[in-house]
Design a protein around this ligand. Structure first.
Ligand SMILES: C[S@@+](CC[C@H](N)C(=O)[O-])C[C@H]1O[C@@H](n2cnc3c(N)ncnc32)[C@H](O)[C@@H]1O
Length: 250
């Protein structure tokens, strides 16, 4: 059992190390052939940027990752009675936050825990033990594209930065529909993703219109990038710049 939970970091250590190694290699090659040396600075700046982002997301550097995740719960209007699903739970930060925020809730976290990620079901379970919520939290391997649950079995659902990662779906909105399928009528939901990224979602206003016409009681979009605590440097489109929360009631 871990004493301190490990929720990982959205910017992987591997990425920062690889960029650092490339910067050093390019600098060395610059000594042999000077034009290559001109590339050292851009590689070094990109490496520094991702190191800064990783630090900002970590608990030592402002805890930005946890604060952004907390926005999902801030927009989930729920009394905490019943079952709630966290889709693509990673190492379980949101799943466990749900259990801590709603002491009456039974919480399920699902994820594929694929090879490309520094997340694992065993770490989720250790984290739940460390946070003393293990008896109300269940983790299960499953895909957001095809949730292994009957229609309407959850009283609420959340997700954080998962839908844009799901492979093999032509339309991202199918994932929203699948998430909403398992929520009971009248249940709240809050999903945060790169909803303003046009390549993934197209025109988000059209997505919202489709959701509204599907019979949801309410739905709204909140732009994460407008939240004041996000540093300007992290508002670039490939970081927090295209994030938003879609929330409402089914
Ligand atoms: C950026 S991480 C976010 C993890 C977590 N929600 C958090 O806030 O820390 C994206 C997660 O999506 C998961 N994922 C990718 N494809 C998935 C799929 N088809 N079904 C479920 N989870 C998936 C990954 O395994 C990873 O844990």
């Amino acid at each position: 059992m871990t004493a301190t939970p490990d929720y990982g970091n959205w910017v992987s250590a591997r990425l920062v190390v690889v960029l650092g190694v490339i910067s050093v290699l390019v600098a060395c090659l610059g000594f042999l052939y000077w034009p290559l040396g001109l590339l050292t600075l851009p590689f070094f700046i990109v490496c520094l940027y991702f190191a800064y982002a990783r630090y900002s997301f970590s608990s030592r550097g402002g805890n930005l990752q946890a604060r952004i995740e907390a926005l999902v719960l801030d927009h989930l209007v729920w009394d905490g009675a019943g079952r709630v699903l966290d889709i693509g739970c990673g190492n379980g930060p949101l799943t466990i936050a749900l259990a801590k925020t709603f002491p009456r809730a039974q919480v399920t976290g699902i994820d594929l825990w694929g090879a490309g990620w520094e997340y694992a079901q065993s770490v989720c379970e250790q984290n739940a033990q460390a946070e003393a919520v293990a008896e109300r939290v269940t983790f299960r391997r499953a895909s957001a594209a095809s949730l292994p649950f009957e229609d309407g079995v959850f009283d609420a659902a959340v997700s954080n930065l998962v839908f844009h990662e799901v492979q093999g779906v032509a339309e991202r909105t199918v994932l929203l529909e699948e998430a909403l399928r398992v929520v009971k009528k009248g249940g709240p939901f809050a999903f945060q993703d790169l909803f303003l990224w046009k390549r993934a979602y197209g025109d988000i206003e059209a997505v919202l219109a489709t959701l509204r016409s599907s019979g949801l009681a309410s739905v709204e979009l909140i732009r994460t990038c407008d939240v004041p605590f996000i540093p300007r440097a992290l508002r670039l489109p490939f970081m927090v710049g295209t994030m938003a929360v879609i929330c409402g009631t089914k």
